[in-house]
Design a protein around this ligand. Sequence first.
Ligand code: G3P
Ligand code: CA
Length: 237
Amino acid sequence: MSKVFAHRGSSIKYPENTMLAFKKAEKTGCYGIELDLHMSRDGYQIVIHDETVNRTTNGRGYIKDLTLRELKKFSIKRKWYRNEKIPTLDDVLEWAMTTNLIINIELKNDKIYYEGQEEAVVQKVAEYGLGDRVIYSTFNHKSVKKLKQLTDSEVAALYSKKGTNPLLLVKSTGADAIHANHRVMTESLMKDCQQHGIPVRLYTLNKPPLIKKWIDAGLAGVITDDPELAENILKEK
Ligand code: G3P
Ligand code: CA
């Protein structure tokens, strides 16, 4: 049975990677949420998609150059939701403890590598006792290997490059699962993964025909901006 993961929270309606979007996602009954993680100048784990705050907040600059205090002063740049702030991983995990959600933590360490981030995140998750409810993922395949050495939690290798062979990727990284852009997945590759017992989750599935097609193909996880829609499709099955 496919499981629904809310991509950046319920980001179709609410500002991505905010506590509001995560809380609204939980209300849809989805299985999990997906979030993106960077690291601030003073070593805090910051939940935001881009390397900079420019697109999603009223601030400017790279996360790596800003302190948590500076980051917390910025507001989310979206009409109706200007009271929302950039969350930290602590904000999310503290709330997640009150839910049954699975948390897919994507380390955004492929463009900028944050030294010591893997260790810090694994330790943080352990502090909250959430190791068995976390799936790590990253496009940085060296980091996948490193995470596999640091934790018993599930670790997924992310990719979006056409021609990537998921079986070889799992072999070279030790990943437990594959998270791939749906545009580069084929039904044949999907079958190969299934035969080898490798869970495949695809992003970003927002349209009913796509969601239906991949659920029918036995997809493990639907990573979607619209968890309500995906849950409704699953219920009809
Ligand atoms: O984790 C799947 C997906 O979130 C990866 O792409 O750019 O939305 O973080 P992106
Ligand atoms: Ca992501």
